[in-house]
Design a protein around this ligand. Structure first.
Ligand SMILES: N[C@@H](CCC(=O)N[C@@H](CS)C(=O)NCC(=O)O)C(=O)O
Length: 311
């Protein structure tokens, strides 16, 4: 089949980053709606334990983390890259700052008194408790998403003002004339804030930033076909097995081709994924694992944000 399948849910900011990117590429893709909280047995059958949102699937290849997902999508389409070489450091580091730091500001705002009250009013009371417990559990043992609301309230006007200034002098996009990964990563954080009526007023009063936001939003999501989780698992199961070669395998920290390893996020949601390391490139690793339901799958991660330990 060889088509992209995005495992996501509507309210996920990181999924929005990828939906907008797929829209920018004018893509047609399949979507599977996944649960917002654990358990996620169908997703975990594909990933081997990774539970975050979104996950991208192509046949029996499973891509975790939007840092890698964005690159896989960008490479698939022959259009202008969102990773312009002349902005390689600027755009990538800005995206990384947004995905880690700015996202933790946005998440802290969602848990601020005003943000949380607005959330409470939109969802059933039972879900509020389940959601809070799930996210607390996801943060256990990690060091990400630990910002308090007052720190976030203090930081956000500074960053918005900096964005406003830069877009006024150097737009129309974050890094200038061309849209880049930095736009998608900053956008999903502001989209998250904008979707919460308790904190969205914080975004008011930045005219250029507002224009930029509306431009990115207007890109849309491309076209989607909904499929169910079982269909996605069957696609993985029936895809031909891949024979990986050691030829371009990069030995880092002495870990060699075929070694059994655990891949663990270094920020939050630190559940390990275990398998045989069969891809090792400069910023991509993948393991082979056999799943009862999904069969032989290849689970890919970026290097940034993950550690690899021999199992
Ligand atoms: N570094 C990850 C972060 C993804 C992430 O934190 N996603 C949030 C949703 S926007 C999440 O997984 N929340 C818990 C969940 O969906 O189970 C990426 O870039 O994909």
């Amino acid at each position: 089949m060889n088509e992209f399948i995005l495992h996501h849910y509507d309210a996920s900011p990181f999924a929005e980053k990828i939906r907008i990117l797929l829209g920018h590429k004018n893509a047609h893709y399949n979507v599977v709606n996944i649960p917002i909280i654990m358990p996620k047995p169908d997703l975990v059958a594909l990933t081997g334990g990774y539970r975050k949102t979104p996950v991208l699937q192509r046949d029996n290849h499973i891509y975790c983390d939007t840092r890698l997902i964005a690159r896989v999508i960008d490479e698939q389409f022959g259009t202008e890259s969102i990773f312009p070489p002349e902005l390689s450091l600027t755009a990538n580091i800005l995206a990384q700052w947004a995905d880690q730091h700015l996202f933790s500001v946005a998440a802290a705002l969602a848990f601020s008194p005003a943000g949380f009250e607005a959330f409470r009013q939109r969802v059933p009371e039972k879900f509020v408790e389940a959601f809070v417990n799930d996210r607390a559990k996801m943060r256990e043992g990690g060091n990400g998403l630990s910002m308090d609301a007052n720190t976030a309230l203090q930081l956000i006007p500074i960053y918005l003002q900096q964005m406003e200034q830069q877009l006024s002098r150097g737009g129309p996009y974050i890094c200038g004339d061309h849209i880049s990964i930095a736009d998608f990563s900053i956008y999903h954080c502001l989209w998250f804030i904008n979707n919460n009526a308790g904190v969205s007023p914080l975004l008011a009063g930045y005219q250029k930033l507002h224009q930029w936001f509306e431009t990115i939003k207007a890109i849309g999501h491309g076209t989607q076909t909904s499929i169910d989780a079982t269909a996605a698992i069957n696609i993985a199961h029936s895809a031909p097995k891949v024979l990986f070669s050691q030829d371009d395998f990069l030995v880092v920290n002495g870990i060699t081709f075929g070694e059994c390893v655990e891949i663990v996020p270094t920020d939050y949601g630190i559940a390990p994924v275990t398998g045989e390391l069969i891809v090792s490139k400069s910023d991509e690793i993948a393991i082979k694992r056999i799943d009862e339901k999904a069969g032989e799958v290849y689970v890919h991660f970026p290097r940034v944000g993950y550690k690899i330990v021999t199992a």
